[in-house]
Design a protein around this ligand. Structure first.
Ligand code: GLU
Length: 274
């Protein structure tokens, strides 16, 4: 299970997301991708390989927008290639989704969706989820939140997801079960990540989403958290204690080297007071 970074606010989202994905590189991954929302478009760029390779193919002037989602993938379903990299889109291209985890019952859902005319571009379990959301949203004429909630009720497996919708440039919807997800609260802006390392330099106020919760994140509004049974929850805001120094390489070439040199201090910290 790999990395998620998302942003909605008033800043340019692309550099925040790319920097965040780099902070998550220590988790290992095989490909990376980003979706930036602007006006009535969702601009998706994906690349097999490193985040720096994604950065090289990103056209920065095409990617100015104040909302976006980014992902580093560790393939579980489908080859580690550009097509299977996240974000994945609905058939009509109006919904974009990133996912950490595994949708165990993707095969039966995929077959049912194919029989309804859905065409899949990738071999991933993730693409099945975004098409399922689209199908529910289309047939019932319902809002994105409700479509996600109903889709997640059909899904078996583990997930942390972040979803955005074409033309809706102030809202990201996130959810988790089994895979971690943290929401950082800034001033009228929100940062989302699969762990706190991409968030710590922007805000210390975070909400750890719990299993079975969906977060509706609207810029300049309060965070709205509900369960997949649609019960409203009050967000519990934690203060991050993680320091930026602790997550950076501190001048060393590799994290492993940094950890080796940190051993005396780590041992001292462990034994302190004993
Ligand atoms: N199961 C998904 C895939 O293979 C997500 C993998 C991940 O957590 O990075 O695309």
């Amino acid at each position: 299970m790999c990395g998620i970074v998302a942003y909605v606010g008033d800043q340019n989202a692309c550099p925040i997301i790319i920097k965040g994905l780099k902070r998550l590189e220590y988790r290992g991954y095989d490909s990376a991708g980003i979706c930036i929302g602007k006006d009535d478009s969702l601009n998706i760029v994906k690349k097999a390989g490193k985040v720096s390779e994604l950065e090289e193919v990103l056209n920065v002037s095409d990617n100015i927008g104040t909302i976006g989602i980014g992902h580093t993938r560790w393939a579980t379903h489908g080859e580690p290639n550009e097509l299977n990299a996240h974000p994945h889109s609905s058939g009509d291209g109006t919904i974009s989704l990133i996912h950490n985890g595994i949708i165990e019952n993707y095969d039966s859902i995929k077959k049912a969706l194919i029989s309804k005319g859905h065409v899949f571009k990738s071999d991933t379990d993730t693409e099945v989820l975004v098409h399922l959301i689209e199908e529910i949203k289309k047939h019932d004429g319902i809002e994105l939140f409700e479509a996600i909630r109903l889709a997640l009720n059909e899904v078996i497996g583990a997930y942390a997801i972040a979803v955005m919708q074409k033309g809706v440039n102030d809202q990201i919807i996130v959810a988790r079960k089994g895979s971690p997800l943290v929401i950082g609260i800034g001033r009228g802006e929100f940062f989302v990540a699969s762990d706190a390392t991409p968030i710590v330099e922007y805000t210390r106020d975070v909400v750890y989403l719990e299993d079975g919760e969906i977060g509706v994140i609207n810029k300049h509004k309060d965070l709205d958290i509900r369960t997949i049974a649609n019960v409203s929850k009050s967000p519990y805001i934690h203060e991050l204690e993680l320091s930026l120094d602790a997550i950076e390489k501190g001048g060393f070439d590799h994290f492993m080297l940094k950890e080796i040199y940190e051993q005396p201090k780590s041992i001292l910290d462990t034994l302190r007071g004993r």
